[in-house]
Design a protein around this ligand. Structure first.
Ligand code: BES
Ligand code: MN
Ligand code: MN
Length: 463
């Protein structure tokens, strides 16, 4: 057994205990009720970074939640790896659908994880994955095996669009200077099929408010004569996709990069069981844009989805009103070369244009971000692929993911370096959903893989 594997074996219970401690902190960045907990999670990381032997560990203040920074500079002339991750988590709601307390981690077996999975909010996204980097670094530092420079930058606002990290990165080009960024905040195909994410979707997000009459009205006295904003909103939303499930906003597809038949053939090779997919989601049929496979629909095609819709009376029993207002939160996942600002503009123009005169429409933009693609012919990707091949015994597949990490394209713009998305989660981890979990296998394999990465990277960079 390799020294690294032996170290993981000997320390795995302590690694899990430490991760559990972090998972118990409800660091929900979206809800100010948890602001002290978010700060506590940063404090936990600072202590852990100090304990494993990183230098210049500091809680970097920002206009929002802090960034936890730590580094080990072996020799400024050697290559530098920047590790990014996030310590904030999504809200746990709807809490009643959790089978155990979201902030009291427990290990339970699942179909995908016969060795057990850690159930807790943030287990996979991203505390469990981010923490693997600290534990791999612990091994390298304790055994004097780190042969490149490393910088850790862990933020607390990823789930709310990373506003302060963008602020911080712009002001710290020199401090954050690196040759490659590594991130574990994405997924693999399954536990036998490792993958490296080479594409992420972008995001444009708009909240809409449709106003009818200036107050809720008696639906008997006024019904039929005044526009009901909920009826109108529903109709407007329904018209945003045509019968082929294509988005009807003029210009929406103008900059969409179409994949070549060869690229699509590569996607078709990715192991995917449609029957199993439907079964796991409890659906009888999939639904999406005509002419594309499910894997394509959820990665290389843009989307438009209502995330929430509300208005009027939703309490017990029947109340007869025509509501004054109706609201919806609408997100669009974008593909390279779609510009989130341009798409949000097109959406707003179109949404106002299709509204009947009987209502008023107000739109508010939420955070968004660019999509991302990274080539596979650089040292970072190759080192990650070699590390995965060594730990899994199988070459990873490059995959496009449907998710978004808007800070990744920003890193490239500000720092000039590529990010290697070496994630170990599974789609079945239920990130952002009730009962989020992360395989113990994935956690330990991740530590092992990351442990191998540095050596491969150093060799590729300095040969
Ligand atoms: N880690 C996820 C993104 C992700 C997950 C990408 C799995 C690929 C595979 C990240 O924490 C996330 O949830 N991002 C948000 C965007 C953000 C602006 C809130 C998303 O994709 O919705
Ligand atoms: Mn994440
Ligand atoms: Mn997330």
């Amino acid at each position: 057994m390799s020294e690294l594997k032996q170290y993981i074996d000997n320390n795995q219970q302590r690694f899990l205990n430490e991760l559990f401690e972090l998972l118990k902190i409800p660091s929900v960045s979206a809800d100010p009720v948890y602001s002290q907990d978010v700060l506590n999670a940063a404090g936990f990381l600072k202590k852990n970074m100090e304990k494993i032997g990183l230098d210049n560990v500091s809680i970097e203040e920002t206009p929002g939640y802090p960034i936890v920074y730590g580094e080990k500079i072996i020799d400024p002339s050697l290559p530098t790896v920047l590790v990014y991750g996030h310590y904030d988590v999504q809200p746990a709601d709807p809490i009643e659908l959790w089978e155990s307390d979201p902030f009291e981690p427990v290990i339970k077996k699942t179909k995908e994880h016969p060795q057990g999975a850690i159930f807790a909010r943030g287990a996979s996204d991203d505390k469990g994955q981010m923490f693997m980097h600290l534990k791999a670094m612990e091994y390298l530092l304790k055994n004097n095996k780190l042969e490149v420079n490393v910088k850790f930058m862990i933020e607390g606002e990823e789930e709310v669009g990373s506003p302060s990290l963008a602020w911080y990165v712009k002001r710290n080009h020199e401090k954050l200077k690196n040759d490659v960024i590594i991130i574990s905040d994405t997924g693999m195909i399954d536990n036998e099929t490792p993958a490296i994410t080479t594409g992420l979707r972008g995001l444009a997000y708009v909240e809409v408010e449709v106003t009818g009459p200036n107050r809720d009205l008696h639906s008997g006295l006024y019904g039929g004569a005044v526009a009901n904003p909920i009826n109108i909103l529903a109709k407007m939303i329904a018209g945003l996709q045509d019968e082929n499930k294509r988005i009807t906003i003029p210009g929406f597809y103008d900059d969409v990069k179409e994949l070549s038949p060869e690229e699509r053939a590569e996607i078709a090779k990715i192991p995917f069981d449609l029957e199993e997919y439907k079964k796991s989601l409890g659906i009888d049929e999939v639904y999406g844009e005509d002419g594309y496979s499910t894997l394509e629909r959820q990665s290389i095609r843009p989307t438009l989805d209502v995330n929430g819709i509300w208005g009027g009376y939703t309490g017990e029993g029947a109340k007869t009103i025509i509501p004054s207002k109706a609201y919806a939160k609408i997100s669009m996942r974008l593909v390279p070369d779609q510009d989130p600002e341009k798409i949000a503009d097109l959406f707003e123009q179109h949404f106002k244009a299709i509204a009947p005169k009987a209502v008023k429409v107000k739109t508010t933009r939420m955070h968004g971000g660019d999509g991302y693609v990274t080539p596979t012919d650089n040292e970072g990707y190759r080192a990650a692929a070699l590390a995965m091949e060594k730990s899994f015994g199988k070459k990873p597949l490059p995959i496009y993911s449907g998710g978004s990490i808007p800070i990744v394209p920003l890193f490239e713009k500000e720092l000039g370096t590529k990010s290697i998305l070496m994630g170990f989660g599974l789609n079945s981890d239920a990130i952002h959903s009730p009962n989020e979990h992360y395989g113990v296998f994935n956690f330990l394999k991740g530590i092992e893989t990351i442990g191998y990465f540095y050596d491969f990277y150093k060799n590729l960079k300095t040969q």
